[in-house]
Design a protein around this ligand. Structure first.
Ligand SMILES: [Zn+2]
Ligand SMILES: [Zn+2]
Length: 334
């Protein structure tokens, strides 16, 4: 039997929202964003017996699609949660942020550790395995001067002996991610912003394009809801990623890729069930949830990738296969 993976990364399908659950070597969980209120993560945690120990919950920012389920997670797990890392970037009188702050403050008085999410904080490390999760953004001053929440999303970085394995930028603009990690390139890039980076259009469009080229990730996970009203993911963004050699995986399918699947709610692949995770109550999975294992600094994609890819190749116009970097019918590049 193969040795246990160092880390198991579960990129959840939580609809138009974000949630990644990482299993650490000591079996505690490390969670990056928790999804909305009613997130399938809650039901999955409620199913576990005994309840899992959570080393940390990190909120890239306090928008409801990333942080909304936090009060419910704390209700359910209470003292099993050791640390919450979050931005303190919103007026606490503003609902629904006030609800999150109140709940966190109540738990803090009972011993929960609450920390400010800011570069250069180290969130977790395992020196023997060469692994480290840390914050790449925002700096203190960037956080203070931000006018829009997405612009100062936390940037969470997982590295192995300095090699950048994964980047979770929340809803940050692409050019900010590129500026922060360059000249390193993440093997895997999450999102950002559900496949619709905020710098995709407008004054920063050139910096966006250069940013995608600078980053050129090998793998991309787009956490997107079938019925989102923002036209996410942006076809042009997926094309650009693919053009630079990135293999993109989307959690749910949209009208842009295949109208029949979308209209008739026909899943392409039910990744959540296949991996033993809960599926969200809305949307139609394309990949559903996706699992990546880290072993000695290498990323290993889960065993369902080829079957998913074969089905994607049958879709009307799969955006993820449109680029010149890599085409359908070729064997998986990893
Ligand atoms: Zn946001
Ligand atoms: Zn978001």
């Amino acid at each position: 039997m193969r040795a246990k993976a160092d880390l198991v990364l579960d990129f959840w399908d939580v609809g138009q929202a974000d949630c990644t659950v990482i299993r650490l070597p000591d079996d505690r969980l490390f969670i990056i964003d928790v999804g909305r209120m009613g997130s399938p993560l809650i039901d999955w945690l409620a199913d576990r017996s005994p309840r899992p120990q959570i080393a940390a919950i990190v909120l890239t920012h306090n928008d409801s699609d990333h942080a909304g389920a936090l009060p419910a997670v704390l209700d359910l797990l209470g003292r099993n949660v050791e640390t919450v890392w979050m931005l303190r970037d919103r007026p606490s009188a503003l609902e629904p942020f006030a609800k999150i702050f109140r709940r966190v403050a109540a738990e803090e008085s009972k011993g929960l550790i609450v920390r400010r999410l800011e570069d250069p904080a180290v969130l977790w490390e395992d020196p023997a395995r060469g692994l480290r999760i840390h914050v790449g953004y925002p700096t203190f001053t960037a956080n203070e001067s931000a006018r829009r929440a997405n612009d100062t999303s936390g940037l969470i970085l997982l590295e192995h002996n300095g090699d950048l394995l994964c980047a979770w930028p929340g809803d940050l603009p692409v050019h900010v991610v590129a500026d922060r990690v360059s000249p390193r390139r993440p093997h895997l890039l999450h999102g950002p912003h559900h496949g619709g980076p905020t710098d995709f259009k407008g004054v920063n469009r050139d910096r966006f394009r250069n940013g995608v080229e600078t980053l050129s990730p090998q793998l991309g996970f787009i956490s997107v809801g079938s019925k989102n009203t923002y036209s996410h993911p942006r076809p042009g963004y997926l094309r650009l990623l693919a053009h630079h050699g990135c293999r993109v995986v989307c959690s749910q399918i949209t009208n842009a890729c295949d109208r029949d699947h979308f209209r008739n709610d026909i899943p392409v692949f039910e990744g959540s069930g296949a991996l033993g995770l809960r599926a969200p109550r809305t949307g139609t999975p394309c990949r559903g949830a996706w699992r990546v294992r880290i072993r000695a600094g290498e990323l290993e994609i889960d065993e369902f990738s080829q079957v998913h890819l074969n089905r994607v190749a049958e879709l009307k116009r799969p955006l993820c296969l449109k680029g010149r970097g890599w085409t359908a019918r070729e064997p998986l590049p990893w």
